[in-house]
Design a protein around this ligand. Structure first.
Ligand SMILES: Cc1cc2nc3c(=O)[nH]c(=O)nc-3n(C[C@H](O)[C@H](O)[C@H](O)COP(=O)(O)O)c2cc1C
Length: 232
């Protein structure tokens, strides 16, 4: 399917038919999800493909029993966890060494990434980082992302959300349907999946299936482009 067709085909489906979605469709979409751009290529995401009937039933309940979850044939949970920077650190350094990247990139991965991603015990490093960025920022442009655990979560969430979009577009491109959901009890979902309380965030639960004929509530509604695009 052509890219713009897949973009148009994707809708948030609230009611799916009972048709099964082959595992290969999900596998292909997951393979597309991990190709999403992500912060410093740290890949601080995980994808939980919930398969056991008991876990599925619990997840539906934690998604507030909404129909998009209840009727979905497959359920995927996309999780962001900034601490996963450690998982990709060594492979990334090796990749940089093997690549044509300038020398400064190696320094960036060796020094700046660990400095950025370590929040310290109870955010102990945060005041130091805030001071460095505040005073440096007085004399030259500085990244103003919030520091500490929340800031690191924010960075990881952005990347995971991009992976979620790749995922749903890949589902649409294979002629299946989906619904992204943030309507869930994050604490309970974390407990269900055994996630870290402090560093992880459940970004999205995605239901996948075939749309019922009444899967949407009507045509897609968007504000006109001239209201949201600002040529400056
Ligand atoms: C971050 C996010 C959270 C969402 N949460 C829910 C949800 O909990 N339940 C639901 O039915 N739809 C949810 N949606 C779907 C949106 O309501 C939907 O994308 C929007 O109404 C536009 O409709 P469309 O996707 O069909 O274009 C969510 C979408 C996003 C991006």
């Amino acid at each position: 399917m052509e890219f713009f067709e897949a973009v148009k085909r994707r809708r948030s489906i609230r009611k799916f038919t009972e048709k099964a979605v082959p595992n290969e469709v999900i596998e292909k979409a997951l393979a597309a999800a991990i190709l999403a751009p992500n912060s410093s290529n740290t890949q601080t995401w995980d994808f939980y493909w919930v398969q056991t009937p008991e876990k599925k039933a619990k997840l539906v309940k934690y998604c507030l029993n909404q129909s998009a979850a209840r009727s979905a044939n497959q359920l995927i949970v996309i999780v962001a966890d900034y601490k996963l920077w450690k998982r990709s650190h060594k492979p990334l350094i090796q990749w940089v060494k093997d690549s044509r990247a300038p020398k400064i990139v190696l320094e960036y991965y060796k020094k700046l990434i660990p400095f950025t991603y370590r929040a310290g015990f109870f955010n102990a490093f945060t005041p130091i980082k805030v001071c460095i960025s505040f005073f440096t920022g007085l004399v030259r442009p500085m990244m103003r992302i919030p520091r500490g655990t929340l800031g690191l979560q924010e960075v990881a969430i952005k990347s995971a959300a991009l992976a979620a979009e790749n995922f749903v577009l890949a589902i649409a491109a294979q002629d299946y349907d989906s619904c992204m959901m943030e309507g869930f009890d994050e604490w309970r979902v974390k407990h269900l999946l055994g996630l870290s309380w402090f560093s992880s965030r459940v970004v999205m639960v995605i239901g996948v299936g075939e749309s019922h004929e009444r899967g949407t509530w009507g045509p897609q509604m968007r504000l006109p482009l001239d209201q949201v695009v600002h040529k400056v």
